[in-house]
Design a protein around this ligand. Structure first.
Ligand code: ADP
Ligand code: MG
Length: 281
């Protein structure tokens, strides 16, 4: 059904767009239903004007997304293309965003946090093997697959991820609080930026607030570039030394000193049973 005169690229003849699920800077995400099979999906609508001049990159990214097949990464099922919009049909996940769910939960332990981070690391390891750097890992982009307690975590957002070009990437992007120092310093950067973000997310999961924060972006960037953060008392008093050790090996300003995915997965806090089972809410 693609072709001239068809303003939606044929998507509305195949899917009924039902309600808006979320919104980002370049896109909206809608709940949609396949008309014939009744199957529910999530459709991400990207406004091309917002990504003007980068069409080739976008296409390249979609080609990559189609190849991704990992249980902790949302899968791309189909695409529809129009002059104004690009529609990405994705598997619907129904468990909601990571942080919302944690806030709703009565009991939350280091073990729960460790289990979330392990899944994120498995997904990132898979991407890195394919030469893809995610670059925008943050709690809002981590969704629970189902509403059940034992639900898996899936990475949802590939808005900014790119194929790694000869081992280096160099555009300033990402969300301020999660951006690695080497990006702010406008140095060439690569996979290690994702492990910095995993460090920031781990920190937030354990205390409920970010390691680097200031209303003024210049001050925030200064803190990040210096790696200036603390395990403040009393919030961190009952958190294990192992958790702090894990985070401090990820929040290393020098990318070469940071753990890579394999090393992070082998850390005792992830795979050695040192994550505590005491409630930290
Ligand atoms: P953006 O690049 O605009 O941030 P995201 O992919 O992060 O786009 O999606 C924005 C929001 O839409 C998410 O935070 C989530 O609430 C919702 N969403 C995204 N993908 C899905 C999905 N596959 N299933 C259900 N909801 C989703
Ligand atoms: Mg997002």
């Amino acid at each position: 059904m693609k072709g001239a005169g068809n303003t939606d690229g044929g998507i509305t003849s195949v899917y009924e767009l039902k309600e808006k699920l979320g919104e980002g800077s370049f896109s909206e995400v809608w709940l949609a239903q396949h008309r014939r099979s009744q199957k529910l999906v999530a459709v991400k609508c990207i406004r091309k004007r917002a990504v003007a001049g980068k069409e080739a990159m976008l296409q390249n990214e979609i080609d990559v997304l189609r190849k991704i097949d990992h249980e902790n990464i949302v899968s791309l099922e189909d695409t529809f293309d129009t002059p104004a919009k690009l529609y990405l049909v994705m598997t619907l996940v129904t468990g909601g965003e990571l942080l919302d769910r944690i806030l709703d939960r009565g009991i939350y332990t280091e073990k729960d946090a460790s289990c979330v981070i392990r899944q994120v690391l498995e997904a990132v390891k898979y991407l890195h093997k394919l030469g893809i750097v995610h670059r925008d890992l943050k709690p809002e982009n981590l969704l629970y697959e189902t509403p059940f307690k034992d639900s898996k975590i899936v990475i949802s957002d590939f808005g900014l991820s790119k194929m790694e070009d000869q081992g280096v990437l160099s555009t300033v992007c990402g969300s301020p609080g999660y951006v690695a120092p080497e990006i702010l310093q406008q140095k060439k950067y690569g996979k290690a930026v994702d492990l910095w973000a995993v460090g920031v997310i781990s920190y937030i999961l354990l205390c409920g607030y970010p390691p680097f924060y200031d209303e003024n972006d210049t001050e925030l960037y200064r803190q990040i570039m210096k790696g200036e953060y603390e395990f403040d008392s009393p919030f961190w008093d009952d958190i294990s030394q192992s958790a702090k050790d894990f985070i401090s090996h990820l929040l290393q300003v020098e990318p070469e000193k940071r753990l890579d995915c394999d090393q992070a997965l082998q850390h005792p806090w992830i795979s050695g049973g040192t994550a505590l089972e005491r409630n930290i809410h």
